[in-house]
Write a protein that binds this ligand. Structure first.
Ligand code: GLP
Length: 235
């Protein structure tokens, strides 16, 4: 388990402080040119800290992990909107890439996104985790070799994520997502997990058995993963 560095914190704010320090250091050392970003409540304190800081991202390119199919970037339920609200309206980046859930040809949208990821390899990927162990929208059973693709969401994910859906918009049953291989090609991965609902997923990861039933365990095959969590879990 030596590839996993565990940082135990007491709050998501303290977790955001650790992420800040990692990012500040990477920027200072000239090692952060391309960053993979995530959405979800876990990331809110992280981006709040960045926007309140003088971190300079003007030379940094971003890629976002995923997006719902059929939801416009103008909808508050889209991940593109989340990014505008929580980060992009406040901080200038060299270029930001989000996947277009309204693309006419979804497979082409995925292939184009993956081609961009190959052209601009990720230096660092920020990750959250779903209660069922999904990373981005790679649900249980997804191949560890997967690249950006159209994913069918599980009942579990639909149930959890629909709670955040505003304006009576119905949660889509499909999404576009970076694949597990797209994610694990990042040089460095920083995974955040706060609260009891993430306990099973983080426990599965720390147990050390790679299985597609728990997509998060794909990180066991990576050599530079930092886990920041408020959960007390014995290895
Ligand atoms: C969604 C996203 C994931 C994210 C997860 C956790 O399903 N596709 O990328 O990690 O939610 O969200 P939260 O941080 O709100 O718990």
């Amino acid at each position: 388990m030596s590839n996993l560095k565990l940082i135990k914190v007491t709050s998501s704010e303290e977790g955001a402080e650790h992420v800040y320090q990692i990012i500040e250091e990477e920027l200072k050392n000239g090692q952060l040119h391309v960053i993979g970003l995530a959405t979800g409540s876990t990331m809110v304190p992280v981006y709040r800290k960045w926007t309140a800081s003088n971190l300079d991202f003007e030379n940094v390119i971003t890629f976002n992990l995923d997006e719902y199919v059929g939801i416009s970037a103008k909808s508050p339920n889209s991940y593109a909107y989340f990014m505008q609200e929580h980060l992009f309206n406040e901080k200038k980046f060299k270029k930001t890439h989000t996947i277009d859930g309204l693309a006419e040809d979804l497979d082409k949208e995925c292939a184009d996104f993956e081609a961009l990821l190959e052209k601009y390899p990720l230096d660092l990927q920020l990750l959250g985790v779903g209660e069922n162990g999904h990373i981005a929208f790679n649900e249980p059973g997804t191949s560890f070799d997967s690249r950006t693709h159209v994913a069918k969401l599980t009942e579990s994910t639909l149930g959890v994520n629909s709670q955040y859906f505003a304006n009576d918009e119905k949660i889509p049953e499909t999404a576009l997502t970076m694949g597990i291989n797209s994610i694990t090609r990042a040089k460095k991965i920083v995974l955040l997990a706060f609260g009891e609902k993430k306990r099973v997923a983080i426990t599965k990861l720390l147990e050390g058995n790679m299985t597609t039933e728990w997509p998060i365990t794909a990180l066991l095959g990576h050599n530079d993963v930092t886990i920041i969590t408020d959960l007390d879990i014995r290895k």
